[in-house]
Design a protein around this ligand. Structure first.
Ligand SMILES: Cc1cc2nc3c(=O)[nH]c(=O)nc-3n(C[C@H](O)[C@H](O)[C@H](O)COP(=O)(O)OP(=O)(O)OC[C@H]3O[C@@H](n4cnc5c(N)ncnc54)[C@H](O)[C@@H]3O)c2cc1C
Length: 392
């Protein structure tokens, strides 16, 4: 049996490799970087993806390094007032069967990597960036940047936002720059001064800004994320998203919120992108997965979760279609397209919702204040998860 080639060994590529191996397929993961790895910050995982990680057999192993917050809190950044909360306790678990957790990206990626290493069906190959590919008959040939050629029965492009496979399949150029800039920092827990919401995942929303905090690694460190929707970017000015604009936009926030800026590094920022949902990700025996297929803004914290769901569904469809990879990939994209498109578009909406000012902000707070903490209706469709192999 020929190998399925996966370009990209991020969270999405590894989840797909594991899911395909569980279905008895041979897989080769071609990763561009010299080592398989992830950046050193946190990531949120909803019950929809906990369900997938359980199927992949890695959820239990991730538990010791995970943190299970008591609640998701939305607070107003101008007043530091708690506006609403989603409780993550018994009612939440009764509804969704799995818990919400937060984890260090390296722990999540490391858990998937370790599980891949245990499978003899999977070959993990670093320093192997996909340059281009060709298809002939039942073979896909991938040429890597170092000139090496790998032949497989199919190719999954999981190289993230700047995927070269996407350019060959869809050819829609660069992703859309949102004009949002992210500063992050992970600091020892004992450095955190305001401990009033220490056991929660709190997001403060304010005009053109938000701040997120939650603890990682059993509570040993605090993950801090400050994001601005750059006004300079909107006006086409220079230095959009620079550290002085971060200070400028946060200047109106409550001192207790502004104080959290001390925990984020100014050394680098992340420039956020997404893409309008596409109507096709597949060409013959080649398809796309994760950010390569449907990059999203982070406002629902679902990009990696969608990538993991993709991997599980992809493997289900491959197993059902025998050697007909085109049929498998078309069935896979049919199932994944609307769900991931809804995440992309809802994430844009949530970005606007948390960044409101003026009367719109006042109205948002008024409407959100009365919410039932045990009924996360706006994300219910998401957290309920997906059916795989005919069962939830
Ligand atoms: C600020 C921020 C916060 C976020 N928070 C969350 C969150 O809380 N929850 C969540 O689910 N998601 C979150 N996300 C989104 C999440 O990070 C991404 O959706 C996710 O990492 C996508 O995984 P991926 O495997 O598709 O792509 P990537 O993580 O980008 O992995 C792609 C891999 O492919 C490799 N590669 C690149 N080019 C090539 C090539 N030519 N050949 C071979 N390999 C290549 C890369 O080195 C990398 O290893 C957040 C994103 C941001 C920016």
């Amino acid at each position: 049996m020929k190998e399925i080639l996966i370009a990209g060994g991020g969270i999405g590529g590894l989840a797909a490799a594991l899911a395909l191996a569980q279905k008895g397929r041979k897989v080769r993961v071609l990763e561009k970087a010299a080592e398989f790895g992830e950046i050193g910050y946190g990531i949120q995982m909803g019950p929809n993806v906990a369900r997938m990680l359980d199927r992949l057999g890695v959820l239990k192993d991730l538990e010791p390094t995970s943190v299970f917050p008591e609640a998701l809190i939305f607070a107003d950044a101008l007043t530091n007032e708690e506006i609403s909360r989603i409780s993550l306790g018994k009612a939440f678990v009764a509804r969704y069967k799995f818990r919400y957790f937060v984890i260090h990206r390296r722990d999540l990626h490391g858990g998937l990597l370790e599980a891949c290493r245990q499978r003899e069906e999977i070959v993990l190959q670093s320093s192997s960036g996909l340059k281009n590919f060709t298809q002939q008959g039942d073979t896909v040939s991938v040429t890597c940047e170092d000139g090496a050629v790998h032949e497989g029965c199919a190719l999954v492009g999981a190289e993230g936002l700047w995927s070269p496979t996407r350019q060959a399949v869809i050819g829609d150029g660069a992703p859309r720059q949102a004009g949002h800039y992210v500063y992050r920092g992970v600091v020892p827990d004992e450095q955190i001064v305001d401990r009033s919401r220490i056991d929660t995942m709190t997001i403060w929303g304010g005009p053109d800004l938000h701040m997120v905090q939650y603890r990682l690694r059993g509570g040993a460190v605090m993950n801090n994320v400050a994001t601005i929707a750059s006004r300079r970017f909107r006006k086409g000015e220079a230095n959009a998203g620079a550290p002085d604009e971060l200070e400028e936009i946060f200047a109106r926030t409550h001192p207790g919120v502004r104080d959290n800026l001390r925990y984020v590094s100014r050394e680098r920022n992340w420039v956020l992108h997404d893409r309008d949902p596409a109507t096709n990700w597949t060409n013959g025996r080649v398809t796309l997965l994760g950010d390569a297929a449907h990059p999203t803004l982070q406002y629902l914290a679902q990009g990696a979760q969608m990538a993991i769901e993709d991997g599980v569904v992809l493997a289900e469809k491959v197993a059902a279609a025998g050697e007909d990879y085109n049929r498998a990939f078309l069935a896979y994209q049919r199932e994944r397209m609307n769900r991931s498109a809804r995440v992309v578009l809802s994430s844009r909406f949530f970005g606007e919702y948390i960044h409101l000012d003026g009367g719109a902000r006042v109205l948002r707070n008024e409407l959100a204040r009365g919410r039932d903490p045990d009924n996360p209706w706006e994300v219910d469709w998401l957290y309920r998860g997906i059916e795989v192999d005919g069962k939830l």
